[in-house]
Design a protein around this ligand. Structure first.
Ligand SMILES: NC(=O)c1ccc[n+]([C@@H]2O[C@H](COP(=O)([O-])OP(=O)(O)OC[C@H]3O[C@@H](n4cnc5c(N)ncnc54)[C@H](O)[C@@H]3O)[C@@H](O)[C@H]2O)c1
Length: 254
């Protein structure tokens, strides 16, 4: 089976590609706007292009007829999305529309889509269940919500699975596996620890009973299936604005 991974040179994409190639043929399609070619094994075919370019997608599907697509390509920095909402809409929504259209043309049905917990916005309650109202509070979250609607409206020809990821962390064991996005929590924490800008934590105690800040995923209603949320954190208090380094150093409190 051949899988096309859009955004495969990104942080999550590199992990997916390295695991997937153990059992399948993998082709990466990425414009390298945030990705790095050196994250990828040399023997994995790489095509540089943008999901906003429908012709490039058609050529890709012609050259590497896939069994399915893992669509990770997106702009993901929420603060940027406030300043550049049109760019986020074009890449995250139109880009997905192009991928779905190219799949339809090539007769490909399987799609795995990386959505985000940002579709929920500030829910005001915890835990947030899969069927919680979708009320994104920034353009990034809104593009993910609209992308999910595209998948919902694609009809029976598409067999899609959507993951609503939330603050994915971890770096395997390889140098290529690190997240380089300076606005994400772990990179920001390590930059602060190695002399970079101070880590700003907004708020002090949110009182959530199980505080799951890391690696939580759930499936959208499009999947018609549920999975349990996978949290790598311990129950208890969240770190306060001044307690980060103590919290990070304490054994068993991740
Ligand atoms: N990292 C997280 O915590 C997190 C949380 C929720 C959702 N997500 C979603 O998961 C996916 C992957 O996230 P990531 O953390 O690996 O991000 P990333 O920025 O490291 O990877 C995204 C990849 O997409 C590529 N890309 C961007 N625009 C493109 C375009 N127009 N055409 C082709 N490629 C393009 C980038 O070059 C990059 O390689 C994204 O869709 C993101 O929205 C990530």
């Amino acid at each position: 089976m051949t899988w096309i991974v859009t955004g495969g040179a990104g942080y999550i994409g590199a992990h997916v590609v390295h695991l997937l190639r153990e059992r399948h043929e993998v082709v990466v399609f990425d414009d390298l706007s945030a990705g790095r070619r050196e994250r990828l094994p040399e023997d994995v075919p790489f095509v540089r292009g943008s999901v906003t370019d429908r012709d490039a997608l058609d050529r890709l599907f012609e050259r590497y007829p896939p069994s399915g697509v893992i669509h990770l390509a997106a702009r993901k920095v929420t603060s940027d999305s406030v300043h550049q909402p049109e760019l986020y809409a074009v890449v995250n929504v139109t880009g997905l529309e192009n991928v779905v259209a190219a799949m339809r043309q090539a007769g490909v049905q399987r799609l795995l889509f990386a959505s985000s917990a940002a579709v929920y916005g500030d829910s005001g309650s915890a835990p947030v269940h899969e069927d919680h109202p979708l009320l994104p509070v920034n353009p990034y979250g809104d593009t993910k919500r609209r992308a999910e609607e595209v998948i919902d409206g694609a009809g029976a020809g598409l067999r899609a699975l959507t993951f609503r990821q939330f603050n994915v962390v971890g770096a395997g064991t390889h140098p290529w596996a690190v997240d380089l996005t300076s606005t994400c929590l772990l990179p920001a924490a390590f930059q602060a620890l190695t002399g970079g800008p101070e880590l700003v934590v907004r708020g002090r105690y949110f009182g959530t009973p199980t505080a799951p800040p890391c690696a939580t995923t759930c499936m959208s209603p499009t999947s018609r299936r549920r999975t349990s949320a996978g949290s790598t954190s311990s129950p208890g208090r969240r770190p306060t604005g001044t307690g980060w380094s103590t919290w990070a150093a304490a054994p068993g409190r991740r």
